[in-house]
Design a protein around this ligand. Structure first.
Ligand code: ASP
Length: 346
């Protein structure tokens, strides 16, 4: 349900979607976003109001930093009452990080914030950007009969799938289906119709106003275990100056070597207040530290489960919680609590 009073704010940050091929050099260059209508004249056919805001200059998403996330949150917060929904055009490379971070920064969100982008630039004939953009706008504007937003979440819409943002990972550098949500089903799909699955969508607590958060602490690291990993490597990671948290990517359902030096280093780091979160290197599935002896030892050494969190989500959630200056035990407790539907706890 939409009508001509419906309005969507389209925010362009950069990335392939807003590019055009220079006919002389063949290189991809950003086009002036004010000229978006030249590339997508279909936007004029929406019966609602679409405003645009562009990062100046647009940035490749590899250059995204937490202060850019804060800038996006500020744009959403300061325009919150004026629009029914928000669409963010973003490079695909770090879109899953931005979507995860924003899901924590926008507490009590009751309006859609839909991120999308494309694998081929808008200025190319076979672009996937048009469909992604047009459908993302439709989802951002979609309302239930009672006037509430159909999808009041931070999502990624890409190649027919609507996914909870903090559950997504970029899986393909080439094909059009660039994103996947392995551990939570899609919130909707687009085909002939756009079908939203209301039972999968999170609902805000009624009457609670939006609370925007801006603080981040980037003293975190991702450590991927591998057979043959050396004591000096683990030790130097755990002794990085100022380090507050580690996302440890373990084997299978959360397993790690049982070598005494390994467990000792983990234990010492935990006792020094470093929060160590265990997530699996597998794309799909969850950590279960109680299942094998190798996982149980980690638990006893102070490691906490990241459940079925994506690496992007575990990392940004840690940055977000540490940014609020919480003591390590509270960070550990909140890492084990679902704040925005990011982990599955049975
Ligand atoms: N490098 C680009 C970016 O992430 C790729 C893309 O947009 O797909 O900004």
């Amino acid at each position: 349900m939409t009508d001509d009073s419906t309005s969507v704010l389209l925010i362009y940050t950069g990335g392939t979607i807003g590019m055009i091929q220079n006919p002389e050099t063949g290189a991809l260059e950003s086009f002036n976003f004010d000229h978006l209508l030249n590339f997508v004249p279909e936007l004029k056919r929406f019966n609602y109001h679409i405003s645009t805001y562009s990062f100046e200059p647009p940035i490749d998403s590899s250059d995204m930093e937490p202060y850019h996330w804060a800038r996006l949150v500020r744009i959403v917060e300061s325009n919150y009452d004026r629009y029914d929904g928000f669409v963010i055009l973003h490079g695909t490379d770090t879109m899953a990080y931005t979507a995860s971070a924003m899901s924590f920064m926008l507490e009590n969100l009751s309006k859609p914030v839909i991120l999308t982008g494309s694998q081929l630039p808008m200025g190319m004939l076979r672009t996937d950007g048009k469909e992604n953009l047009i459908t993302a706008i439709e989802i951002a504007a979609a309302k239930n009969p009672d006037g509430t937003a159909m999808v009041p979440e931070v999502c990624i819409y890409f190649e027919s799938d609507l996914m909870r943002g903090n559950r997504t990972t970029k899986i393909n550098a080439e094909k059009f289906n660039a994103f996947k949500s392995y551990n939570y089903p899609c919130l909707g799909h687009s085909g002939i119709d756009i079908k939203i699955k209301p039972e999968r969508v999170r609902r805000p607590l009624p009457g609670k106003p939006l609370k925007a958060h801006y603080l981040f602490d980037t003293n975190v690291v991702v450590l991927t275990l591998f057979p043959g990993i050396q004591e000096c490597l683990i030790s130097s990671v755990f002794h990085i100056e100022g380090l507050k948290a580690v996302v440890m990517k373990t084997f299978g359902s959360g397993n790690a070597p049982q070598k005494p030096w390994f467990i000792r280093l983990i234990k010492e780091a935990s006792e020094r207040g470093i929060v160590i979160v265990n997530i699996t290197q597998c794309q799909s599935g969850s950590v279960e530290m109680e299942r094998y002896e190798t996982g149980r030892q980690l638990l006893e050494a102070g490691v906490i489960s990241g459940y079925d969190s994506t690496p992007e989500c575990a990392l940004t959630k840690l940055m977000f919680l540490l940014g609020h200056n919480l003591p390590p035990d509270q960070v550990r407790r909140l890492m084990n609590t679902s704040l925005a539907g990011e982990i599955t706890k049975e």
